[in-house]
Design a protein around this ligand. Structure first.
Ligand code: GDP
Ligand code: MG
Length: 177
């Protein structure tokens, strides 16, 4: 008789950062393979999934995307951080405010998700917009080092943008997620 298929392990990864940095576009791109035609502001929590194969094992990557709005966060936040395997902090390289918000997001995460035992990465999104950079790579790298996180600069829209829209660390969103 046939053995039951092995259970697919699920990796829960939460994506955090200010509203507008591209969390929905990044998760959509990773799961649907393309930049969304149009996105609506996320309400509450959305999650998207993609099956990947790692060392011959099929693994379900579950990306949790949130709304930044306070009124949703208050009720959702506990649920959101439960049993998290990894955290992705996102800022927008064309928006210094979104970079300055990172310490607050990191603090929230520390309080809810078992301190720093959970793997965390830092993602600077929208690096296709090279003419509007407000957060330089050096500054971001210093911040990432200070918080012991790897930094990836990328673009949900045009992850292969070269010709000096070149995305420094990672030229594909899939490499980060
Ligand atoms: P969220 O609030 O963090 O979920 O941000 P969204 O994913 O809704 O994106 C906010 C806006 O930024 C939308 O207008 C997107 O089209 C745009 N956007 C997201 N990612 C990128 C990117 O990599 N490059 C560019 N140029 N625009 C982006
Ligand atoms: Mg969103």
């Amino acid at each position: 008789s046939a053995l039951p298929p092995p259970r697919t392990r699920i990796f829960k990864i939460i994506v955090i950062g200010d509203s507008g940095v591209g969390k929905t576009c990044l998760t959509y791109r990773f799961c649907a393979g393309k930049f969304p035609e149009k996105t609506e502001a996320t309400i509450g929590v959305d999650f998207r999934e993609r099956l990947v194969e790692i060392d011959g094992e099929k693994i379900k990557i579950q990306l949790w995307d949130t709304a930044g709005q306070e009124r949703f966060r208050k009720s959702m936040v506990q649920h959101y951080y439960r049993n998290v395997h990894a955290v992705v902090f996102v800022y927008d390289v064309t928006n210094a405010v979104s970079f300055r918000s990172l310490p607050a997001w990191i603090e929230e995460c520390k309080q809810h998700a078992l301190g720093s035992e959970v793997p965390r990465i830092l993602v600077g999104n929208k690096c296709d917009l090279q003419d509007s950079i407000q957060v330089g790579t050096d500054m971001a790298q210093q911040f990432a080092d200070a918080h012991s996180m790897p930094l990836f600069e990328t673009s949900a829209k045009n992850p292969n943008s070269q010709g000096d829209g070149s995305c420094h660390n990672s030229d594909h969103v899939e490499a980060i997620l």
